[in-house]
Design a binder for this molecule. Structure first.
Ligand SMILES: NC(=O)c1ccc[n+]([C@@H]2O[C@H](COP(=O)([O-])OP(=O)(O)OC[C@H]3O[C@@H](n4cnc5c(N)ncnc54)[C@H](O)[C@@H]3O)[C@@H](O)[C@H]2O)c1
Length: 401
């Protein structure tokens, strides 16, 4: 890595949680000359060692290794803490880092419960000089940026409805691979909280303030999990628009994600992170055409929203390539003293909407999202409805996801 004399020093990053996504954050940081991973934290020494080896193989110095965030913070020399642990620990660890004076990047979802997430938001508001960003990397996808830009310009007319469908497949082995997976305490939910929250966040980014939710959930295709593998909901927005939301991890053989946005003057469809349909009024140069890739449209809006990672050699094929773009925004936000692209309020709104789905499914009633944010349901347990024995075994041959 070459640093020009006038370039600011790289931000010193601690990656907390060295599992699947912690490795991706280390990989992204290794490709960004504004970032140096100086510490890796995980109670499992083999996992910190593996990430350290990964960084060294990428030509970066070996980071210090710690078993707990408190030890890493006490050792000092950290500018940004990246929280990549099981979801139920996110807000508490982010708060610990914030109170120690660092900037923070929190993986999605912001947490599994509203109370710690709200506490983090309030603590962050009292420390405006520290950036706290919530990962929602698909907001940086070229396709999502192109749709958002058209929505902001009013080019779909009045937005009337949206259809969000997360038709994924996760094997039983996936849920069995970590004791925290599929638990209310640490995963906080299933197909919607863990997998669908990405698409839900895009839906909220596109359609605005969610007002209320009516939902049902079920666990139908997996064993040994407490949470749902199918969630369906109707979301009503402040604009009057309506959306249907479907999130599943038991769609075989995995049909991917589809998000449709419809208005009186146009519509857009994003499938598997790509813009596959776009019609808006006042056609502009750079609008999507049948023979044009979504990247070209998005690149016109923002410069490249794609990272430089090789899908063959990384986790990028699985999680998209936009973690790099989000980290670049975090670096810029810290250096420019501005808010990040995806804020704590965004993360809290997405979390509250997921919780509203679970509360509606549990209580059998319409739930207002603002009531969830404000604490009306604090401490209220949720459960998975409609569980039933599976008629047949899970197929053993499954897409690699
Ligand atoms: N943005 C995305 O596309 C994406 C993709 C996958 C996972 N995630 C999120 O990342 C988080 C982790 O998921 P994963 O698949 O990497 O899980 P994982 O089980 O593979 O890794 C979690 C790691 O955290 C460690 N850990 C647990 N408690 C810790 C603590 N207090 N301090 C330090 N380390 C701790 C565990 O030992 C484990 O190594 C989840 O919240 C998940 O929702 C995001």
């Amino acid at each position: 890595m070459t640093i020009t004399p006038d370039a600011p020093a790289p931000l010193r990053v601690a990656v907390v949680g060295c599992g699947v996504i912690g490795r991706l954050h280390a990989e992204v940081a290794a490709e960004n000359r504004d970032l140096d991973v100086v510490a890796v934290v995980d109670p499992h020494p083999d996992r910190t060692a593996a990430v350290s080896d990964q960084l060294v193989a990428a030509g970066r110095p070996a980071p210090r290794r710690f078993a707990a965030l408190g030890d890493a913070l006490a050792a000092g020399g950290i500018d940004v803490v990246s929280v990549c642990t099981p979801s139920g620990e996110h807000a508490a660890l982010a708060l610990e880092a914030l109170e120690a004076g660092t900037h923070v990047v929190v993986e999605k979802p912001l947490d599994v419960a509203i109370e710690p997430a709200r506490k983090l938001r309030d603590a962050s508001a009292a420390r405006p000089d520290q950036v706290v960003a919530v990962i929602s990397q698909h907001r940086h996808d070229a396709s999502a940026l192109a749709v958002h830009r058209a929505l902001e310009a009013g080019r779909f007319g009045r937005v009337t409805s949206a259809v969000a469908s997360v038709d994924w497949y996760r094997t039983q082995e996936y849920y069995d691979s970590g004791a925290w997976r599929g638990t209310w305490a640490l995963d906080g939910g299933g197909a919607l909280m863990n997998q669908g929250v990405h698409t839900l966040d895009l839906l909220l980014w596109f359609l605005g303030e969610p007002v209320d939710v009516v939902a049902s959930t079920a666990r139908l295709g997996h064993d040994r999990i407490e949470v749902e593998d199918v969630a369906v909901a109707i979301v009503r927005f402040a604009s009057g628009a309506l959306a249907t939301l479907h999130a599943s991890t038991t769609v075989y053989p995995d049909l991917g994600v589809r998000l449709q946005v419809h208005g009186t003057d146009g519509s857009a469809v994003i499938e598997a992170d790509e813009l596959t349909f776009f019609h808006a009024r006042d056609a502009e140069d750079g609008d999507w055409q049948a023979d044009q890739s979504a990247e070209e449209v998005g690149a016109g809006a923002t410069g490249s929203a794609r990272g430089a990672l090789d899908p063959q050699e990384s986790h990028v094929a699985q999680y998209g390539s936009s973690h790099g773009a989000q980290w670049a925004d975090v670096v810029a936000a810290i250096r420019e003293g501005r808010a990040p692209w995806v804020t704590l309020d965004d993360g809290l709104r997405a979390l509250a909407t997921v919780r509203a789905v679970y509360l509606s499914a549990t209580l059998g009633e319409r739930v207002r999202v603002a009531d969830v944010v404000d604490g009306r349901y604090d401490g209220r347990a949720t459960r998975t409805g409609g569980t039933a024995p599976r008629p047949q075994e899970t197929p053993t041959r499954a897409p690699a996801r």
